[in-house]
Ligand binder design. Sequence first.
Ligand code: F6R
Length: 609
Amino acid sequence: MCGIVGYIGEKDAKNILYNGLTKLEYKGYDSSGIALIDDNKNLIIKKESGKLTQIKKYIEDTNIISNIGIGHTRWATHGKPTQINSHPHTNCRKTIALVHNGIIENYLELKEELIKKDHKIISETDSEIIVHLISEYYTGNLYGAVQKIIQYLKGTFAIAVISESEPDKIIIAKKGTSMLIGIGENENIFGSDIPPILEHTKNIIVMDDYEIGVIEKNKVTITDLEGNILNKVVENIDLTIEMAEKSGFKHFMLKEIHEQPRVVEDVLRGKIENGKIKFDNFNITKEELRKIEQINIIACGTSYHAGLVGKFIIEEILKLPVIVEIASEFRYKTPILSEKNLVIVISQSGETSDTLGALRVAKQSGAKVIGMVNVIGSTIAKEAYGTIYTNAGPEIGVASTKAFLSQLTMMYLFMLYLGDNLNLIDNKYKEYIIKNLEKIPEKISTILNKSDEILNIAKQLKNTKNIMYIARHINYPVALEGSLKLKETSYIHSEAYPAGELRHGPVALIEENVPALAIALKNSKTYDKMLSNIQEIKARDGKIIVLASEDDENIDSIANMSLKIEPIDEIFSPLLTVIPLQILAYYISDEKGLDVDNPRNLSKSVTVE
Ligand code: F6R
């Protein structure tokens, strides 16, 4: 949930940490802080609640010279977002500083013991306990103290620790949440994600659970808990710094919406070989796959919506049953799974706590579990039996857009993969699907080029208090996604319903101030039904915005406003219908002057339950 960055080298650490934190703010942003060791071996801490502006001001005003430091952005879990609760935390003598991402489940127990030993715990956080514990075991060797205390920590953690007694090293360790180390020349930088590292180096070590790193200016040593030195692979990450920054767009969300033609191309790239789908890390043999009788998809939020579209695709085309479940519900149910189930957990971040919990439950029940994730080296990617990477690149905007589209696109490839291996699809239809998928990037670009029309609609809707989204069949999950995008970025209350459900209650909400957005594509098999629903809303004075196909000549005489996409076979339509809904949510939020990329109360990855 939080973001960590650390630097050691020859440059001005405070600026590097601040820059790194700006690239991590999306991970959590209710407070932030840095710890530096200056030339006189003094530990200096600056931390504040709120946005990074305070840290920026401090950095501009101070003349401290330091080449080593750690930084943190926080999204509160234990304790309010106050200055005292923000990181870095220190021991009583203020000689050791620590930043932490994750949750220490047994912190109350540890706290009691530490208090008995006269430690003064000043914050409400679970994190502060760790630094006191390190101090308790510190006998002149920071690495040794960290190595010692890890056994006492229950829960998840990525930690970075510095001590003024050892001003030439940073000790890091992790379990259950990510930590990456960038290897530079006469400098090393690490972080909980790639963006802060990329501008310094592309050579990255991905740490595994229960590893400890000693980060020095010219050396990185990774050991296991017993102290054995590990030979870690240094990967060359093929991402440019621009990919992680805004590229001239006003917000990350807009940039990421505009990246979607490229994202679809990237998802398709290298996956289709001689008409067959190829997944590198699937790890399930054809024989094992043939025993599968049911697919279960588990995810949260937007990723859950991608799963719902996946269900339509797989059931429509392969006639293979699919159950889609919300991870936070699934993990506490009695799982009815066996080796006959193939479980797909979908997660952009690969760190969502409930999805990870669901993955573990599913694994225990004997089912084969595949992670469909975006973030390389994430916990879900590591724990799943096999992984399908969705290749959307770093997604910084808190509201997911391009990651959703990459998940949707991957669902078609996944369906084809199953179809091929289980002989459930004929070659001609497969070719038809691949051809259509290859045309999607151009069709998305056409929609993006008409963004101004959507902006006009956004201007008319920005003061609305409630909006109803309706759709049927494969576009119902898109209505759910459009509605989620709107409420999270614009704080407008909206609900999405399968249009057939209107008469069963929700139509009571309709009146002239409650517009409805209907997805009604002319070639859809439920088009006529959608038109009757639209008429019902009109009869109750509700304004109607229709997301229609360009060849629907009559729609403008029925709708108050319309958004248009190119005509497309309904089975592929979610890949296009979601785009105007994302743009609409973006523009409404921007028109209202809201913080589009960092909506209130939200965090990019939800690593707590
Ligand atoms: C909404 C959004 C969230 C995430 C959800 C799951 O725009 O981004 O609903 O989809 O928190 O996150 P991941 O996919 O990282 O597991």
